[in-house]
Design a protein around this ligand. Structure first.
Ligand code: DGJ
Length: 362
C-alpha cells in the first residue's frame, strides 16, 4: 500500500494545520474528505485513502480509518471499506470515484452505517450516487450494500407546485458542457430527476439529538443543496427532503448544531481549487436557512486558508466547542493532501474561523 512517510518523533502535542501529520507509524494520515465518529471514549476518523501519484480522486484502495483519544495522535486502524477488485463489475470497483465518506452509529440496529459519494468507474461525475455500506464493528470491515440516487419519486417538501406541472428543459442536456442557467429552476432539474432520484455529490451526514439522521448533499448539477431525512435504520431515505440555496452552487457541506440552532459551512464550486467558504444558520433543519457569509476571517480567508470544508467536529466533554476540518487538496499528488483543523469561534449570531499556525484544544 502506498504511504507518505514523515518523521515520527514521538507524540503529537498540538494541531499544526497544513503540515504532514504522522500517525502512530510515522506515516502521513491518509483520510481525505473525511469525517469523525465519537464512540466509547475514542474518535474514529474515516476518509478517502489516496495513492502516490494519483491525480484526482480515483479510488484504488477504499476508506481508511484511524482512532484517537486526544485528537492529536491517531492510530492506523486499516481500511474500513475496500474497493472491489478490478474487473469485478462492482459499483465500487477499483478505479471508481469514492468521495467524502462519513460514518454514523445506529442505536436501534447497533450497526455502523457509512455513506459516501460514489461515481462508478469510467463515467466521470455523471453518476452522482450515494453509496451505502454497513458494519457491526466501528473500524469495519464495512459491507457495501448499494448505491442510489436519493428520493426517487418524491418532491422536495419546499418544491413549488407550479414546477411540478412544468416540463423539464434539462432533459438530454449534459453538464458541464451545456451551460446551467443562473436559476436552475428555469431548467427544472428536480423534475428531470424525479423518476430516477436526485443527484447526490459532495455530502455529509448529521444525527440530531432525537436520533434522526440526515444526508446533506450537493444536488441538481451541484447548483442546489438538498437535506434529506433517513429512515430509522439509516439505510434508506424517507422521501422527506428539502432544497436550499437554489442556484448558489455550494459544495463540501458540513452541518452542526449548537444551542438549538443548526449551522452549515459550505464552499463554492471550483473543483480542487479553494474558494471563499459560506455559512448559514437555521432554527429547524428543514429551514428556513439564512446565509451568514464567509465564516473565515483574516489573511487568506477568501480561500478558506487554502482548504475546503469536510466536517465540523463537536469536541466531546466541551459543550459548545467545535473544530473546523478542511482539506488542502493536492490533485497533482493526492496522497500529499494536508489537513486544516482550526477552532470554530462564535461571535454574535455567527461562527468564525481564524488561521493558527499551531494550537491546542485548551
Ligand atoms: C470539489 C469537491 O468538493 C471534491 O469532493 C471533489 O469532488 C472535487 N471537487 C472534484 O473536482
Amino acid at each position: 500500500m502506498a504511504i507518505l512517510s514523515c518523521s515520527a518523533n514521538g507524540k503529537n502535542h498540538s494541531f499544526k494545520p497544513g503540515e504532514l501529520w504522522p500517525d502512530n507509524n510515522g506515516v502521513h494520515i491518509n483520510a481525505h474528505g473525511g469525517g469523525i465518529l465519537f464512540e466509547k471514549g475514542k474518535y474514529y476518523w474515516f476518509g478517502e485513502h489516496k495513492t502516490e501519484g494519483e491525480k484526482g480522486n480515483v479510488a484504488n484502495v477504499g476508506v481508511h480509518c484511524y482512532s484517537s483519544k486526544d485528537l492529536y495522535n491517531w492510530k492506523d486502524e486499516g481500511i474500513a471499506l475496500s474497493v472491489a477488485p478490478e474487473g469485478s463489475g462492482s459499483d465500487i470497483e477499483r478505479g471508481c470515484i469514492l468521495e467524502r465518506p462519513k460514518v454514523i452509529y445506529n442505536e436501534k440496529t447497533k450497526k455502523y452505517v457509512m455513506y459516501f459519494h460514489l461515481e462508478p468507474k469510467g463515467a466521470g461525475y455523471t453518476g452522482a450516487l450515494s453509496g451505502i455500506a454497513v458494519s457491526d464493528k466501528v473500524c469495519g470491515p464495512y459491507q457495501y450494500l448499494k448505491a442510489v440516487r436519493p428520493n426517487a419519486g418524491y418532491w422536495a417538501v419546499n418544491y413549488p407546485d407550479e414546477l411540478k406541472e412544468k416540463s423539464s428543459k434539462a432533459e438530454g442536456l449534459r453538464f458541464p458542457g451545456d451551460r446551467l442557467p443562473e436559476h436552475p429552476d428555469s431548467m427544472n432539474i428536480v423534475k428531470r430527476d424525479f423518476g430516477k432520484g436526485q443527484m447526490a455529490r459532495d455530502m455529509n451526514l448529521f444525527v440530531d439529538e432525537d436520533g434522526t439522521a440526515y444526508h446533506i448533499y450537493s444536488s441538481e448539477e451541484n447548483s442546489t443543496l438538498h437535506i434529506a431525512q433517513l429512515t430509522d435504520d439509516y439505510l434508506n431515505y424517507t422521501g422527506k427532503y428539502a432544497r436550499f440555496f437554489i442556484g448558489r452552487f455550494m459544495e463540501a457541506p458540513a452541518l452542526f448544531k449548537k444551542d438549538g440552532k443548526y449551522y452549515l459551512m459550505m464552499s463554492g464550486c471550483t473543483g480542487w481549487a479553494p474558494n471563499a467558504a459560506r455559512s448559514a444558520v437555521a432554527d429547524s433543519i428543514f429551514g428556513k436557512w439564512k446565509e451568514l457569509g464567509n465564516p473565515c476571517v483574516g489573511e487568506d480567508a477568501d480561500l478558506t486558508f487554502h482548504s475546503q470544508s469536510t466536517y465540523i467536529l463537536p469536541v466531546q466533554g466541551h459543550p459548545g466547542k467545535f473544530i473546523y476540518l478542511g482539506d488542502r487538496w493536492t490533485p497533482e499528488n493526492a496522497i500529499d493532501g494536508r489537513y486544516i483543523w482550526l477552532p470554530v469561534e462564535f461571535e454574535g449570531n455567527r461562527f468564525v474561523i481564524r488561521w493558527k499556525e499551531e494550537w491546542r484544544l485548551e
